[in-house]
Design a protein around this ligand. Structure first.
Ligand SMILES: [Zn+2]
Length: 217
């Protein structure tokens, strides 16, 4: 007897069968090539939020982007303290082994992680009860100061400012990794800040000269 399938899993399996029929089978040659190895030219760091799927937003195929998703699309600074540095391991692989040409940090609208960073409502929570999130989004504490000074801790303007500040923070932290800073200085690696909200469906790119996010025409 096989395990019972939940309605949620059944829904995903329906999607898998559709993909096999319309996405996989017609392009089996391409997938066989990918079976030999991957050579993505871009790394994307995005939020785990269900509304911001990089492959959908950029309409890419398997093999095109190396993606890390986590709460609030954060990159921690370069740290050598003991611990399990998941983002740093992925960065190391993308930059040193795959040798990607571009890293994009993709923030998004209505980000719960950024909102929690703003309100600090999980401050002091136990691990497993919000404490892991609180610790993770403490990466935004420094960026939070100017945001709350300008907009307070609640409301759409404060939230958007925090979301955009999160992208800038992750970019700044990327540059604390020596291998990334070196490659960027040499011109062999580009760092890009981006922002997308499903509500208006508009991608914004950070102009690193002005610090402004501008919509992509
Ligand atoms: Zn988010």
């Amino acid at each position: 007897m096989s395990d019972p399938v939940s309605p949620q899993l059944a829904h995903l399996i329906d999607g898998y069968r559709r993909f096999r029929r319309t996405g996989w089978t017609p392009r089996v040659e391409r997938w066989r090539e990918l079976g030999e190895g991957q050579n993505p030219r871009v790394m994307v760091i995005a939020c785990s939020d269900s509304r911001v799927d990089p492959a959908q937003i950029f309409d890419t195929d398997p093999g095109e982007m190396f993606v890390v998703r986590n709460v609030a699309a954060m990159v921690p600074p370069f740290e050598t303290a003991p611990g399990h540095h998941g983002v740093s391991a992925a960065l190391e692989f993308a930059v040193q082994v795959l040798k990607v040409d571009e890293i994009i940090v993709l923030g998004h609208g209505m980000c719960g992680g950024c909102q929690a960073a703003l309100t600090q409502r999980l401050h002091g929570a136990e691990p497993g009860q919000g404490g892991f999130i609180a610790d993770w989004i403490a990466l935004l504490d420094e960026a939070r100061g100017p945001v709350i000074a300008a907009h307070g801790t609640h409301g759409p303007a404060a939230e958007r400012a925090m979301e955009l500040a999160g992208v800038r923070t992750s970019l700044a932290n990327l540059r604390t990794f020596p291998c990334i800073a070196t490659k960027e200085a040499r011109g062999t690696l580009r760092l890009t800040g981006a922002f997308f909200a499903i509500s208006d469906g508009v991608l914004h790119l950070l102009d690193q000269q002005t610090g402004e996010f501008n919509p992509v025409a």
